[in-house]
Write a protein that binds this ligand. Sequence first.
Ligand code: HEM
Length: 186
Amino acid sequence: MPLQNAQDRYGLVAKLFHWIAALLILDLIVMGVVMGGMPDGAQKVQIFGAHKMLGMVALVLVLLRLSWRLIGYPAPALPHSVSLRQRRVARIVQALMYVLMVAVPVMGVLMSQAAGKDVPFLFSLPVLIDRQDEATREMLKAFHGACAFTLIALAIGHAAMGLIHHWVMKDDVLRQMTRYPRSRKA
Ligand code: HEM
């Protein structure tokens, strides 16, 4: 399978970015919800640490993915069967998802810093916000949660549309991100 995107399908690199991000985000949302309901203790501290670490991995991946896409490997064209209106909606949803995939982890980092906590990662992150600011931490926590749930809602709609294209409209939209488009098969 070629590494780069072609005109009618995604390449291996874009597919890996897409499916790893999907798994990571699902996992991070579940972790976020679970840890919110946990009693204080060592186990909660461990899950917080894992959530922050995976969240940072998700941030690095989305930045690499955006660079890959913007620098020279744009998305393949949608099949002709997709209407102009559907293309516009898909483009808006995808752009919003990218914005949220960057904003959610950045808010997570700022929230941790406002709580005076370090974020475990490969290197020390610069402190971007006044330490120990409870009002700011509360506000960022609310935004972090709201944006994360908006992201998962958009992802569910995005996935549902992919399945509708595959099973109802029977076109190649989903196949562009899974395997070769029908036209390319044997
Ligand atoms: C794409 C990445 C991320 C997603 C999807 C995500 C998702 C979530 C969700 C759904 C919650 C629960 C919110 C609620 O119940 O209101 C949460 C909580 C939290 N997240 Fe994230 N998160 C991400 C990245 C990060 C990062 C990078 C950090 C910090 C470095 C972080 C730190 C936290 C903390 C500290 C909480 C708990 C807040 C509290 O209960 O005090 N998150 N996250």
